[in-house]
Design a protein. Structure first.
Length: 499
């Protein structure tokens, strides 16, 4: 009898890829493979790749080098490469990396089992995965890391034409998933104990245009599903962030007070060359509208330095935009030329040393602003969804606020619990505190009037909904529907990403 084969999936890149990897793992388990603790111990290694910048390509080359060496010792080992890099290198992937057995693009995961054969035996060598028609992977088995959080894909592809970006070339035109399918998946997840869902798409705010619906309607429908306590979404494009979505964010109890709103550059001139189709002024006006509607809103962003033609003055406009908006955190990228994009052929490519200098200066400002904003949370009580033990201190718990800030805290809760935490300290990336019940037991005073208002709002609205369904009248609690009027504050991580 053949032994059970073991797989390892190595994921690069964005949340969309991480979600695709959950499907890949689910499929591999369904065809009889078990998960290996590391790529070294695996019979089947799947690299789910990203090609947004050069760095992931370089990292993949190193991983494939190691995997190739192991395959020379164990020729039965199967190496599969999926995702955006595979799609971008479709014509030459097997000549670039002869050790690769199977390659496939994003959106064709459904066929993985056919390519690998039953139990992972009999993979066709040097084969581009067939089944080129893109499809939502919704009906595929899934291996989720956490029982109480889930990603839900609402669209695939992208119709924007950002001049630096390879995504439209590798993920194709935008296609929305039918609302009924999305809602059925969320309801099923809620039934399985999921409390937080994150709706995923390259541009969630253009969702539904191909189906005669829109993102605001979807957001409201997801919010109405019982059991879902938190709804997040990523990423919206500022050009499509319209009033109905802002209103849905303000009115839907489960929709979290956080938006990841990629700015890319603070210079209108550079934004134009990037083909982002909004100006600095329009972005700032949007921020004002969002904060007026959702007073405790956290804003995070993506920023690129060193785009072709970016002058020192343009760059300073990015620095001043970070200050003016007061981002809670930002992913900061060094512009990376990608073959096949419009920007790669632009004159005035910025020298590497200038890019390096700018990213360092940008990270400094982003960190300072994030630290200032996080400091505003000290003394407040935040609702935290517990994710497990702290990564740095096993005696502490770790979780996230509704505003998506990581909190390390002393407490007794279990993973998946929603608890109140008194915030005592802050850095540019995390908050620290003590579970409110423990604080009360120890009689530690906490600032009055700075409670987790959104949680109360959630509880009130959810209770009202349940009561309405059962015909029971509900009394609004004294502070039940009040949103905090504190200045939009801080959270989040500052991640520096280089080319
Ligand atoms: N669709 C999302 C959006 O528009 O916000 C995310 C796209 S991409 C996966 C995430 C981020 O990568 C972008 O927002 C951009 O800041 C960055 N990025 C994309 N192409 C890049 C490039 N060629 N060089 C550096 N950063 C890039
Ligand atoms: Fe790329 Fe722009 Fe589409 Fe985002 S919106 S995936 S940056 S083309």
């Amino acid at each position: 009898m053949r032994a059970v084969k073991r797989y390892r999936v190595v994921t690069f890149g964005c949340q969309m890829n991480a979600h695709d990897s959950e499907r890949i793992k689910g499929m591999l388990e369904e065809i009889g493979l078990g998960e290996a603790p590391s790529p070294d111990a695996a019979d089947v290694v799947v690299f789910n790749t990203c090609t947004i910048r050069e760095k992931p390509d370089t990292k993949l080359a190193a991983y494939l080098g190691d995997a190739g060496a192991r395959k020379r010792e164990n020729p039965d080992m199967v190496i599969a490469v999926g995702g955006c890099f595979a799609e971008a290198q479709r014509e030459r992937i097997f000549s670039l990396y002869p050790q690769v057995d199977v390659a496939f693009g994003p959106g064709t995961i459904a066929h993985l089992a056919e390519w690998l054969g039953a139990g992972g035996f009999g993979a066709a060598r040097g084969a581009w995965g067939t089944g080129d028609e893109r499809a939502f992977a919704a009906t595929l088995p899934m291996h989720r890391e956490r029982g109480f959080q889930a990603w839900v894909q609402i669209s695939m592809g992208c119709n924007s034409v950002c001049s630096y970006c390879i995504v439209p070339a590798v993920r194709g035109r935008e296609a929305s998933r039918r609302p009924g399918e999305v809602l059925a998946e969320v309801a099923r997840l809620a039934g399985e104990g999921v409390r937080e869902v994150t709706l995923l798409g390259q541009n969630v705010n253009s969702y539904g245009r191909d189906l005669g619906t829109d993102f605001a309607q979807l957001l409201r429908a997801v919010d109405a599903i019982d059991g879902v306590e938190r709804v997040r979404f990523t990423s919206p494009h500022p050009k499509d962030f319209r009033r109905p979505v802002i209103e849905a964010m303000a009115e839907c109890a489960a929709v979290c007070e956080h938006a990841h709103l990629p700015l890319q550059s603070g210079s209108t001139r550079v934004l134009k060359a990037m083909r982002r189709t909004y100006s600095r002024e329009r972005y700032l006006k949007l921020v004002d509208e969002m904060r007026a509607a959702v007073p405790d809103l956290a804003l995070t962003t993506d920023l690129i330095v060193g785009f072709p033609g970016e002058t020192e003055d343009d760059f300073r406009e990015t620095l001043s935009a970070v200050e003016e908006v007061g981002f809670d955190s930002a992913f900061t990228f060094v512009y990376s030329p990608r073959a096949g994009t419009e920007a790669v052929a632009m004159a005035e490519q910025v020298p590497d040393d200038v890019k390096r200098d700018r990213i360092e200066r940008l990270v400094e400002v982003v960190q300072r602003v994030a630290a200032e904003r996080n400091a505003l949370r000290v003394g407040r009580i935040e609702e935290v969804l517990v994710e497990g033990a702290s990564r740095t201190d096993a005696t502490l718990l770790r979780g996230r606020t509704r505003r998506n800030t990581t909190v390390n805290f002393t407490g007794t809760a279990g993973a998946g619990d929603l608890v109140d935490v008194c915030i005592e300290r802050a850095t540019s990336t995390t908050l620290a505190g003590i579970q409110a019940e423990a604080a009360r037991r120890l009689r530690i005073p906490t600032s009055a009037g700075t409670t987790g208002s959104q949680k109360l709002k959630t509880r009130y609205v959810k209770t009202a909904r349940t009561a309405a369904a059962s015909g029971t009248p509900v009394q609004e609690s004294a502070n039940g529907s009040s949103a905090s009027t504190a200045p939009a504050p801080p959270s989040g991580s500052v991640r520096r990403v280089s080319a």
